[in-house]
Design a protein around this ligand. Sequence first.
Ligand code: SF4
Length: 334
Amino acid sequence: MTERAPVLSVRGLSVRFLMPGGRRVAAVTDAHFDVAAGECLALIGESGCGKSVLASALLGLLPGNAQTAGRALLGELDLLAADERTLARTVRGRLIGLVPQSPAAHLTPVRTVRAQLEETVAELTAPRGGRKALRAAAEAAAERAAFPVDHLDHHPHELSGGLAQRAATALALVGDAPLLLADEPTTGLDRDLVDHTVDELRRHVDNTEGAGARPDTGRALLLITHDLAAAERIADRVALMYAGRIVELADATAFFGAPGPRHPYGRGLLDALPDRAFAPIPGLPPELGALPDGCAFAARCDRTTDACAAMPPLGGQVACHHPHAVLTKAADRA
Ligand code: SF4
């Protein structure tokens, strides 16, 4: 799948925040990745590592004190160079369907969920059949996101966090945006609903017509999450982020299974899971405003040597001077 033309191609994307007193916070540094049609790339890492800042940069939703560098090509359009009019009219909703991290801020407070869904359906799909077809399409979108139809006439403030998340997901699944960007789409959902939600996101990019084939929808999914189980469930590839940098790009099956992550941070994240070693990574990530010159994971890493005082490049898809070897047996994992 990865040899197909990318829907999204990110090259050297960096985001800095200029803080009072001239301090600079490097929230995202030199990110490179592609997402192809029919593919799900999971961008994973702990909260605060820069994942959502990267998403905001793609959507043109960074605050005024942000500075960006690099390119993010969606087709021919460089999202980082696009003006606000293009972003508002063409990108957000039409070219990028967004499942937001904060649905309460995304939903219009004074309108019912039904009204918002019907308006989005009318705007993005223009269904034939008048009012009845519009209503049916809105209810179908709600059902796909497991939003209960008997709550469609509620306003956002009448919804629990989980229901608001499902309403926002339903809105994102309307239309035919080539890129679906899901930023922590499972927040506030119980495990069954997490599975349902991510499966729907996956189906949105899959070719589900035909007998067993994966029809080409031309869509791609960028899943931003700290929920490793959700990423493992639906992702084709993984981009592991730490302290603002992507430190490993890997096939999801290899990352979550055997041979496992090659970067010590990825190993640590998986080993921290209760159904694995249940051994948390010691220490905390560094402040993005006070990053060391060398590897940002050094203070928490059990493989550190003097070489780690220099920043490791992302050569061979892993930014580490001493990555774990590509082994053939899970039992060989160090
Ligand atoms: S570069 Fe060094 S400190 Fe950083 S993750 Fe690799 S071994 Fe650990």
